[in-house]
Every structure is written in C-alpha cells, then in structure tokens.
Design a protein. Structure first.
Length: 220
C-alpha cells in the first residue's frame, strides 16, 4: 500500500519562499501525493524543546491531544528566545499531532486539528485524514521533524519551513493490525512550508501548508 501525504498547494507564500533559501534552497526533487506525512531517524523519544505559547494562548481552551502509544515524536525545534517564534513552533507541533490523532480516531472532522488550522490547511488536512479512513489505516512508528526556520511579521502572520524524515513511520492496517514497512528512499524526506496567523487568543493558526517530497534541503 502506498503512503499518503498532505496535498501540495499551488505555490508557496512569499515569506515561506524566502525561508526556503535559509533552509537550503528550493529543490527539483520529486513530489508525491501518495505518502503519509510522518517519521523519524529512529528515536523513540516523544519530546519537544520548543517553548510554551504566550500567557493568553496558554490559557486558551486547547483540545487534548491523545495519540497511540506506538506513535512517537522527536521535534528538533530549539528555543529561539523569541516569544512569538517559539509560539509558532509550539502551535505547529500541536497541529501536526492533532492531524495524526484524527487519523488514529478515524475522524476527518475532528475538532483538534480544526482548532489549529483553517482555510486551505484545514481542507487539505481533512482530505488527508479521509484517505486513511477510506483505507482503514493509521500511522505508526517514529516521527522526526527538524531544521525549522520561522519568520514572524508585524501584521500578525508568520512563515514556517521545516523538514521531516519519514524513514521510520509507516501505515498500520486497522483491519489486520499489520504494519506496512516500506524501505527508506530520498522520498522519505519532505520539506514543508506553512503560513500562519495569530488569533485573538494568541493561538497560531495554520492557513496554508505546502510540501515538497525528496527535497535535497532535508538530506544534508
């Protein structure tokens, strides 16, 4: 069975496009809409060094994220020392996990990922989750995110670019319980770019999300 990934948007937003250069430049590698967004270099540590969000965001009624015990995360997103940038990283991490929770729950309309996304990003996530529901699959294994570059603008928007290593995240059939272990390749590495805005509660909402599979920027 093929893996699946979030649909690739038509174009990167301007702020994210600039960040691509900082992350290693654009890449002519293959793009694939048939693979999951997941995975890791092998670490089983479920941890993130990112800072907590602002006081107002921390007090918001955030959804509880509960994930299968066989799905772990490593976010190599160190603290920037900037409150807004660290909040962007924190809320983007929660968005990633919320999508995976919706997949595990087989619920394309799960409220948690909708809390952290809207517009194109929410619609793309719903389609992504629905594919797993249609196949009766979920994600298992270890996810690794790294090399995050974040830019916060004065108008309450932000751009984020980051890499993902999917070599140890797989599809697991909910019908048979079997895991589809696929071999690693250059397409196991994905470059993402997102545009976010901050809401009245200080939550950073992902509005658009683009992906580029096989990017050399994530394979240094």
């Amino acid at each position: 069975m093929k893996r699946r990934s979030l649909p690739v948007a038509a174009a990167l937003v301007a702020s994210a496009a600039l960040l691509l250069t900082a992350c290693g430049g654009d890449d002519s590698g293959s793009k694939d809409n048939d693979k999951i967004a997941g995975a890791d270099t092998g670490s089983e540590t479920s941890a993130s060094p990112t800072a907590s969000a602002s006081d107002s965001a921390a007090s918001a009624d955030r959804p509880k994220i509960e994930l299968p015990s066989d799905l772990t995360y490593t976010f190599e997103w160190p603290k920037t020392g900037d409150k807004d940038k660290d909040a962007v990283l924190n809320d983007s991490e929660q968005f990633i996990k919320a999508v995976d929770m919706a997949i595990a729950n087989q619920d394309p309309l799960d409220k948690a990922y909708q809390f952290y996304s809207e517009g194109e990003a929410a619609a793309g996530s719903q389609k992504f989750i629905q594919e797993f529901v249609d196949y009766k699959d979920r994600i298992t294994g270890a996810k690794h995110y790294f090399d995050a570059k974040v830019s916060v603008n004065g108008d309450g928007t932000a751009g984020l670019v980051y890499c993902e290593d999917q070599t140890k995240a797989y599809n697991k059939s909910l019908k048979t319980g079997k895991t589809d272990v696929t071999p690693a390749s250059k397409d196991s590495y994905v470059l993402y770019a997102s545009r976010l805005r901050v809401d009245k509660n200080g939550i950073w909402i992902t509005e658009t999300l683009t992906s580029q599979r096989g990017s050399s920027a994530c394979q240094s």
